[in-house]
Design a protein around this ligand. Structure first.
Ligand SMILES: [Zn+2]
Ligand SMILES: [Zn+2]
Ligand SMILES: [Zn+2]
Length: 85
């Protein structure tokens, strides 16, 4: 059974990154491994290989469902469906 992720269809507008690096890490001077951007609000957070895991924390706090990789590639990840697209 293939379930379709409905969260990706709200991408009518271009979301721009709010910050250059992870917002929280920049404040605390923590190193980041890779960056993820929230496709709902443009929040930039670090990936799960980073100390802060702020992209995941942002999802848990806000419920925003989809992130994408900022630098390296074009995949998107939906937290709700736990799937890459
Ligand atoms: Zn989804
Ligand atoms: Zn971070
Ligand atoms: Zn967000």
């Amino acid at each position: 059974m293939t379930k379709k992720c409905e969260h990706l269809s709200d991408e009518k507008h271009e979301v721009v990154p709010k910050t250059k690096g992870c917002e929280e890490c920049e404040r605390e001077y923590l190193p980041t491994v890779a960056l993820r951007m929230c496709l709902t609000c443009g929040h930039v957070g670090c990936c799960d290989s980073s100390i802060g895991k702020h992209a995941t924390k942002h999802h848990l706090e806000t419920g925003h469902p989809v992130i994408k990789a900022l630098q390296e590639s074009t995949w998107r990840w939906c937290y709700v469906h736990e799937e890459y697209y």
